[in-house]
Design a protein around this ligand. Structure first.
Ligand code: SF4
Ligand code: SF4
Length: 362
């Protein structure tokens, strides 16, 4: 046995699980975790971090396991790995002191959101008279009559670039610690697995989520959320090209490309996040790690709120509600950008990095 000490309780539990699983091997066809486990005879903390990021919490091995609680060995791989992942996010957070956010993720992401939204509403109210905030605005430049273009672009760009930098540096730190060797072909295969959520298909019947029965609902809802998010991002990119490339000023017509992308993206995001929240409420608590649930709820609620306020803004943009709705939506978008590196979102990047290493090992 390895002696890289001190081991946290979560790491010790994950190692206990892997040592028994490696002797048992009943679940070897379930997911990428078990073949990767079988390539090891001992489990360092870097190995456990890697295996935990390969796990997507489908719960299949929990329901299949003859050693799961109430058996005295208490094997609960999805729970053990969820706790290791939370420690891993904290250990690789950038800047490092921000790792503490993962200790009470749900509370701190909620407080950050409330603080930023309140600040944006106060600043919007201080920078504009209530007549301007409550008046209906129409035609090109209607949004910028409420919040100036420069303020909007500077704050959103600064928050987005900070989030991007923090996530790239966190993932780079995770990758270095895992000791993986980068090859473009392994990256391409990992990206394919991540974009198709291949592993959420289980052995072909889907995940054991939210309960013991097999279901594809988590996979499809996750697809809706992720591709909805990307379409909203594409809508913003196209609007930026319209503004700077062609001099076409927002708001755009209902059948213009940015509005179509944003509407489809917003609806998909809302369906995906609401469905995932519903599944989480229904989910069997036995294989879950209670310590991370608050953060998962907080991120899903924040994503759903960004989608909802964006769609509401689209519907009511010609009315007197537009001014405050725009400020509210901008506040939630800023909160989302700043929360992303310190939320469950980082799992998508760590998991892709783990898949690259896994393809390399194969
Ligand atoms: S989860 Fe249980 S059944 Fe599956 S490999 Fe581990 S010990 Fe065996
Ligand atoms: S919970 Fe699912 S993904 Fe995680 S180790 Fe078990 S079977 Fe694999």
């Amino acid at each position: 046995m390895l002696t890289d000490t001190p081991l946290s309780e979560a790491m010790a539990d994950a190692r206990h699980n892997m040592e028994i699983c490696n002797a048992c091997r009943y679940c070897e066809g379930f997911c990428a975790v078990f073949p990767a486990m079988q390539r090891r005879r001992e489990f360092s903390t870097a190995d456990l971090d890697h295996l935990a990021s390969l796990c997507h919490g489908c719960q299949g091995c929990f329901y299949a396991c003859q050693y799961a609680p109430p058996h005295p060995w208490g094997i609960n791989v999805p729970q053990a790995f969820a706790e290791v992942r939370a420690e891993s996010y904290a250990a690789h957070a950038w800047p490092q002191p921000m790792g503490v956010v993962f200790a009470r993720n749900g509370t701190l992401v909620s407080l950050l959101t409330a603080g930023i939204v309140t600040l944006v509403l106060i600043l919007a109210g201080a920078m504009q008279s209530s007549d301007v905030m409550l008046a209906p605005h129409s035609g090109p430049g209607a949004f910028f009559a409420v919040i100036s273009y420069n303020v909007m672009v500077f704050t959103a760009s600064a928050a987005f670039l900070y989030a991007l930098l923090a996530m790239v540096l966190s993932t780079a730190s995770f990758w270095r610690a895992s000791g993986g060797r980068f090859r473009p072909i392994h990256f391409a295969r990992a990206l394919h697995d991540a974009m198709t959520l291949k592993n959420l298909g289980g052995g072909g019947d889907g995940c054991n989520y939210p309960g013991e029965g097999f279901s594809f609902s988590r996979r499809w809802l996750h697809h809706a959320m992720a591709y909805g998010f990307l379409l909203c991002f594409a809508a913003t990119a196209v609007a930026t090209i319209f503004h700077h490339g062609f001099g076409w000023i927002a708001p755009y017509a209902p059948l213009s490309l940015p509005v179509i992308l944003g509407t489809v993206g917003g609806v998909l995001m809302l369906i995906g996040t609401s469905g995932l929240l519903w599944l989480k409420i229904l989910a069997d608590p036995a294989p879950a790690a209670r310590a991370v649930l608050g953060g998962e709820y907080a991120l899903l609620i924040l994503l759903a709120t960004v989608a909802k306020t964006g769609l509401l803004l689209l519907v009511l943009r010609g009315t007197g509600a537009m001014g405050w709705l725009l400020a509210l939506h901008l506040g939630f978008v800023l909160a989302l950008f700043l929360a992303l590196p310190y939320s469950k979102f980082i799992h998508g990047l760590f998991r892709t990095a783990a898949l690259v290493r896994d393809h390399g090992e194969r």
